[in-house]
Design a protein around this ligand. Structure first.
Ligand SMILES: *Cc1c(COP(=O)(O)O)cnc(C)c1O
Length: 394
């Protein structure tokens, strides 16, 4: 079995699993309890907060633990919007290829009277900072742009975007779920005000994430109840998950450069191998992308059929985000970079992890070649393309 869907979720590292088990066994107290067991759990929680903060060059008090990336995105955006509204600022800038946790939250705000500008991500899947500057208005309260895209892996110029935001006194949030643990992050040097992260994208457990919120920015709490997380996120903390997240993040950070070098070499081999398939194209910028991300379109086939046949050959991949797999709509990310519907339907995302071997990579290339050729053999769209009834796009 070859697992090539690390952008959807990753396998927990052994260190993270062991940390989780040990905390469940030994630190099962409630961190809000005043007796020793509670205080021991509280210590575990605060140690994790210090570790997470250190990795991104933040202060521990600037970290709020959440149930994952989606909750972090919702809370970040709704908080910035609430602050903006107080000052009569109800304009938000984002991009067309954000994660749905961002896009759907923005939709909700539009119903509440906010105006949203979605920036063009161009053919290469990269936002131009000068277009952020041009879109900022007197009433802009927030710019929310992801660090790296979850489908096509393109890395955004967030340091420049953050700088522009600060010059205009606008808050900058980045959904860094695909970047944390994979790319270096320094919230101060990179001008980030609010950042979302999720443990299960860097070999930590599912259902755990965090928000970085720069000191002085007031969070709105989405969940009412107890005073956990400085009153900004009620509910007994997921202490084992949070401790395991910190362990996974430390581990990923320690081996980040080495992993990136190894993965990007394998990624590039995968890209050059798949490029040999006629009428195919890589999606997203070739150089400025996550070390483990490969995303292709193959003309004349259906991505869903491709996935099912690859699954039969033991290869686990995706046609886009896990949230849209199963739906018939083509990926909003591929449409945003200008792929037409027919072409966007024939997409394949391979997101490789650290333990993939060179032999696995060759196996993927062989299998994708076979399956694409097989599917084209009875595709009516392919027949029209070959007979000249329809024109090739790729
Ligand atoms: C996975 C992902 C999310 C959602 O994170 P969850 O922890 O699964 O809620 C948000 N944004 C991006 C870019 C992602 O890849």
């Amino acid at each position: 079995m070859i697992y090539a869907d690390n952008a959807a979720t990753t396998k927990m590292s052994e260190t993270a699993i062991n940390t989780m088990i040990s905390v469940m066994n030994e630190n099962y107290g409630n961190p809000s309890s005043l007796y020793r067991f509670g205080q021991q759990a509280k210590e575990v929680l605060e140690k994790a907060r210090e570790e997470v903060a250190a990795v991104i060059n933040a202060q521990p008090r600037e970290i709020t633990f959440t149930s994952g990336g989606s909750e972090a995105d919702n809370q970040a955006i709704l908080s910035a919007a609430a602050l903006g509204k107080k000052n009569g600022k109800t304009h938000i800038i984002s991009s067309a290829f954000e994660h749905h946790a961002v896009l759907h939250t923005l939709k909700k705000l539009e119903k509440d009277g906010f105006e949203v500008t979605l920036l063009d991500v161009h053919e290469n899947g990269i936002i131009r900072p000068e277009e952020v500057a041009a879109a900022i208005r007197e009433d802009t309260c927030l710019v929310t742009i992801m660090y790296a895209n979850n489908e096509i892996g393109t890395i955004q110029p967030i340091t420049e975007i953050g700088k522009i935001c600060h010059e205009h006194n606008v808050l900058f949030h980045t959904d860094a779920v695909q970047a944390v643990g994979h790319l270096p992050i320094d919230v101060n040097a990179q001008n980030i005000d609010i950042l979302s992260a999720s443990a299960h994208k860097f070999h930590g457990p599912k259902g755990t994430g965090f928000l970085y919120v720069k000191k002085g920015i007031r969070l709105t709490n989405l969940i009412e109840g107890g005073a956990q997380e400085r009153g900004k996120r009620a509910g007994t903390e997921n202490v084992p998950g949070i401790a395991a997240m910190a362990a996974a993040l430390n581990e990923a950070t320690a081996s980040m450069d080495e992993n990136a070098a190894k993965l990007s070499a394998k990624r590039d081999r995968l890209i050059s191998g798949l490029r040999e398939i006629p009428h195919s194209a890589l999606n997203g910028d070739e150089n400025n992308r996550l070390p483990g991300n490969v995303n292709f379109c193959f003309e004349g086939i259906e991505g869903e059929a491709l996935l099912l046949l690859l699954d039969q050959k033991g290869i686990q991949a995706s046609s886009g985000s896990a949230c849209t797999s199963g739906a018939l709509d083509p990926s909003h990310v591929l449409l945003a970079i200008g792929r037409v519907h027919d072409v966007a339907h024939g997409s394949l995302r391979l997101s490789i992890g650290e333990d993939i071997t060179d032999e696995d990579i060759e196996q993927i290339i062989r299998s994708v070649k076979e399956v694409v050729e097989y599917l084209r053999g009875f595709s009516p769209i392919w027949r029209d393309l070959v007979s000249g009834k329809k024109e090739f796009i790729l």
